[in-house]
Ligand binder design. Structure first.
Ligand SMILES: Nc1nc2c(ncn2[C@@H]2O[C@H](COP(=O)(O)OP(=O)(O)OP(=O)(O)O)[C@@H](O)[C@H]2O)c(=O)[nH]1
Ligand SMILES: [Mg+2]
Length: 231
């Protein structure tokens, strides 16, 4: 799928309904999010990408089996420089993501952590993930909200390590698709030049090298990235 197709796709797709069982804090669909006081970081990614497992790792320091999240799940964690509110948006649901902006003042910066299940190496799943990422970045911008930090997490690499060398190649392809998408998005937005300070995440990076929420590899790196992104 071409980049501009990703761009138009998000405009025509609505948010999806999911039948889910809550893994943590469960809030009825119709309830509005309560305003958090800490800096905000949204955890996005398709269902099953590992968002709750990441939150669970932070909460308990261990791997625990999760259930699909219902609507969203939030927790506040202390970083070295501030308190960070991490809010998982279940299945990257667009409506639930948009609802979070009710309590965000214009120009207030946010962070995004975007999870991708890299174990399948299925191009359609990656493209679908990237559509959601483009939607999130573009929606944040439409709300005059600066994305201060974007971390893209290529998760579940423990499932690749036992395989042959082709997994390494597959991972590089995924990383290439992610980087191309972000670069095209940023250059297109910069061309518009209507609000340059809102255009790009001030800092973005891809977490690859063995990342797995099951083994815990990469969790510290992700938190450190977030910390640096908000410095
Ligand atoms: N092998 C492996 N499994 C993982 C990893 N991360 C998550 N899982 C498993 O993948 C499944 C889905 O993980 P979740 O963390 O619930 O996924 P999610 O992104 O929160 O999904 P939704 O809440 O539906 O949006 C669970 O069975 C996890 O145990 C990983 O790094 N490696
Ligand atoms: Mg979840």
């Amino acid at each position: 799928m071409k980049f501009y197709e990703l761009f138009t796709c998000f405009l025509c797709r609505g948010s999806r309904e999911k039948d889910c069982v809550s893994a943590g804090i469960s809030i009825p669909t119709e309830a509005l999010p309560t305003p958090p006081t800490a800096s905000r970081c949204f955890i996005l990614g398709l269902s099953g990408a590992g968002k709750s497992t990441f939150l669970c790792r932070i909460r308990t320091g261990k791997f625990q089996e999760t259930q699909p999240t219902e609507d969203y799940d939030a927790q506040e964690i202390p970083l070295s420089n501030q308190i960070m509110n991490l809010t998982e948006i279940a299945s990257s649901d667009r409506r639930n993501f948009r609802l979070q902006f009710i309590h965000l003042a214009p120009l207030s910066p946010i962070g995004l952590l975007f999870f991708i299940d890299a174990s399948g190496r299925d191009p359609e799943t990656i493209e679908k993930s990237l559509e959601e990422l483009v939607y999130a970045l573009t929606y944040a911008r439409s709300r005059e909200c600066q994305v201060r930090y974007l971390g893209i997490v290529l998760n579940k690499q423990d499932l690749l390590l036992g395989g042959d060398d082709r997994w390494r190649e597959g991972l590089e392809v995924i990383k290439g698709m992610v980087c191309d998408t972000i670069k095209v998005l940023l250059s297109q937005q910069q061309e518009k030049q209507d609000a340059p300070e809102l255009v790009a995440p001030l800092r973005w990076e891809v977490f690859d090298h063995g990342v797995s929420m099951k083994t815990g590899t990469g969790v510290e790196r992700i938190l450190r990235g977030l910390e640096l992104g908000y410095r």
